[in-house]
Design a protein around this ligand. Sequence first.
Ligand SMILES: Cc1ncc(COP(=O)(O)OP(=O)(O)O)c(N)n1
Ligand SMILES: Cc1ncsc1CCOP(=O)(O)O
Ligand SMILES: [Mg+2]
Length: 526
Amino acid sequence: MTSVPLPPLSAALAQYRPSAAATLRFRTPSSAPGVSASSSTRARRFSVIASAREMPWPHVLTVAGSDSSAGAGIQADIKACAALGAYCSSVITAVTAQNTVGVQVKTGMLPSAGVVKVLCESLRKFPVKALVVDPVMVSTSGDTLSGPSTLATYRDELFSMADIVTPNVKEASKLLGDVSLHTISDMCNAAESIYKLGPKYVLVKGGDMPDSSDAIDVLFDGKEFTELRGLRIKTRNTHGTGCTLASCIAAELAKGATMLHAVQAAKKFVESALYHSKDLVIGNGPQGPFDHHFELKSPSYKMGSLQKFNPDDLFLYAVTDSGMNKKWGRSIKDAVKAAIEGGATIVQLREKDAETREFLEAAKACVEICKSSGVPLLINDRVDVALACDADGVHVGQSDMPAWEVRRLLGPGKIIGVSCKTPAQAEQAWKDGADYIGCGGVFPTTTKANNPTLGFEGLRTVCLASKLPVVAIGGINAGNAGSVMELGLPNLKGVAVVSALFDRERVAAETRNLRSILMKNAYSRS
Ligand SMILES: Cc1ncc(COP(=O)(O)OP(=O)(O)O)c(N)n1
Ligand SMILES: Cc1ncsc1CCOP(=O)(O)O
Ligand SMILES: [Mg+2]
C-alpha cells in the first residue's frame, strides 16, 4: 500500500464553482471479498456531489482509495457514476493491491525508473498473455511526465516484454533522443527504430501531427507498415485518448482479436467516442475529457441493439435505376415502396441521370419510407445528397470519393459500402473504415457499362480475403441467385440486384420471389 498526498484534491475541487447545492457525502468503508482489510481499504471515503447547475453534465468528485481489482474503490465509483449518466472525477487517497487472475496487462503512467523495474520483475515472475505498453511520457497537452532514467528503463527493460508499444509522436521522438517527426515516413522510421528495442508491434500515433485532416497512425510488425487512417474530430475533448486507445487494444486482445484487428477496433472506439463527445463541456480548461459511454445514449442502444449496421441486412439489396423505373411508369418512391413490400432488406438509390434537386426530393421521401419500415437506405456516389437527406449511408466505387474521405464527412454512425474486385481493394476498404463491400459483376450485365465480369472464382477470391461482409452484384436474378449463395462463402451475406427487380413490371412480386429463393438457400445451409 502506498499513501499519496492530497494536493490533487484542491486541483479537482477547483473545477467546481461554489454552489449552495454542493454536498459532502460520507460513506462507510467496504472491503473487497477475499482481501483482508488493510488500513487503506479501511480509509474513509468521501464523495463531493457538485451541483449540475453550471455544468451541462452531472459531475461527481469521488475522494477514495484505488482498488487494483476494480471491483470496489475509486474504480467502482467511476463505473457507477458512468452507468447513471454522471461524470466522475477522482482524488485517490490510498492505493491498494487486490487480487484478480488471468488478465491482459496494459501499462499507463509509470512515474519512476523504480516502478518500471518492479513491474518488469513482476512480469518476469508472472508472465501475462499480452502486454500493451502505453509509454506515457508526454501528455496530449505537451507536459513531460517522466524523466530520463524512467525513459532508459522503459527502453532497456520493459519494451522487450511488450506485445505492443503505443507512443504518440512526441513520445516516439523522446524515446529516440528527440528526433523530429513531421511526416508519415518519419513515423515509419520511428516505428522501425522502436521495434528494434524488442516489442512485437509498434503503433506510432499521429493524432498530434499538424496539417492533416486525418488522424493517421502507423503500425509496424517488424516486416510491414500499416497506415491506419481515422477521422480527426474537431474537439477540445481529447483528454485521455491515449490511455483509452491502449486500454481498448488490451480489451480486444483479451477477447481474442489479432493485433491488427485490436488496433483497428480501438481506433474506431476512440474516434466514435470523440465524435459523440465533441460538444461536451466538462471543466474550463483548454482540454476536456470525453464520454466513453456514448453508446448508452444512442437510439439503437435504447432499442436493444448497439449496431449501426447489421451485415445480415445485405441479404436482399435492392439498387434502384430511374431509367428502368421511368420505363415502367414508376417514381423512385413507388419503386422503393414496392421493393420493401416484397422484402428487400436494404435499399440503395442509384440515380445516375437525376437532377440534384429532383434526386434530393425523392431521396427525402425514400428516407421516410425506409425509416418507417426499419430498412437502411444508402445513396450511390452522392455524399452531398446523403448528408442532405440524412440517409443511412453511401455506396462508393473505386473511382468515386475514397471511403476514408466519405467516413470523414459522414461520421462514424453511417454505413459505408465500397465496390471491390480484388483482395487489395477489399483490404483498403477495411482500412478506410468501410462497413461492407460489394463485389461483382458476378455475371455479365448491361446495367453497368464496361464492368468486367469476375465470375464465381473472382467472387470467392475477394470474399476469402475480405475482413468485411460482402454482397454479390452483377447480373443476379431469380434464376442464378441460389447458385451464388450455394458457394457457401462465410462472409457472403446476400445479393444486390438492379434489373431483376426494377426492369420488371411487378417490383414487389419479383422481390418476394427472389427473397423466397434466397431464404430456401439460407435454410438449406443452416
Ligand atoms: C452494393 C453495390 N455494389 C457495387 C456497386 C457498384 O458501385 P460503383 O462501382 O461505384 O459503380 P456505380 O454503381 O456507381 O456505377 C453498387 N452500386 N452497389
Ligand atoms: C452497379 C453494378 N456494379 C457492379 S455490376 C452492377 C450492375 C448490377 O445490375 P444488375 O443487377 O441489373 O446486373
Ligand atoms: Mg459509384
